[in-house]
Design a protein. Sequence first.
Length: 276
Amino acid sequence: MSHQANSVAPETHPFDAAIQLEKSDDGHLIGHIHAGYANFVGPFGGVITATLLNAVMQHPDRIGEPLSLTVNFAAPIADEAFEVRTRIVRTGGSTQHWIVELIQREVTACSATAVFAVRRKTWSSVEAQPPGIAPAQALDELDSRGFPAWVAQYQMHISEGDIKFGSAPRERSHSALWIRDRQPRTLDFLSLASMSDAFFPRLFVRRQRVSAIGTVSMTTFFHATAQSLAAHGAAPLLAAARGRCFHDGFFDQSGELWDGKGQLLASTHQIVYYKD
């Protein structure tokens, strides 16, 4: 399952433009909405998640590497500038805890908790198993026409669980696919955080039609290191996702992202609002 890794300067990439933060005169971080990562309504949640993580990654007091990130989407995000505020809750011997907020029009649109950690060598084992699917080059690439703009930023080769709007509903919402940035970009924690939200809503896969939805809360656990992500380069990631429960206007879904050698890089879980 190995793929050739191509390294690309991140500063030239549209993803880096989308998650860029600038310091205002009062020292606050200011971000902007990128049209290339638009969703059906508002921005793609993955790029917002990555932006919040970026605020901590560039903080001078940050220690260690990302361990977990939970983002709560509290209000719609408008197509205009926003402020990101960070605060250290506590720094311990191995972990550092953060609170991050996205403020727009003086309202908290997103709140997040991030945990960073200094990892140590210990006994290790991975019980989860990657899906066994054909190589990316043996699968058709998803046609992004008819999807929101953010989908075109990625190359997806779906083996199982694609979307063909208007076709018959399916009995399960499992998906297995390869995914990478369309414009090759060396993998890092920020792009990994964004791709953790790149799974299509399981409701769409199950019912094969669009419904009004919105992620309420999303958590990503990072199992990789900066060194292992850089070594992976820009090769495709193996991805798997499944729904858990669709009930009374909310559903949850979980997913994993693996490298081409079968190493688990991230696992994710989110709860999503929907209505008929």
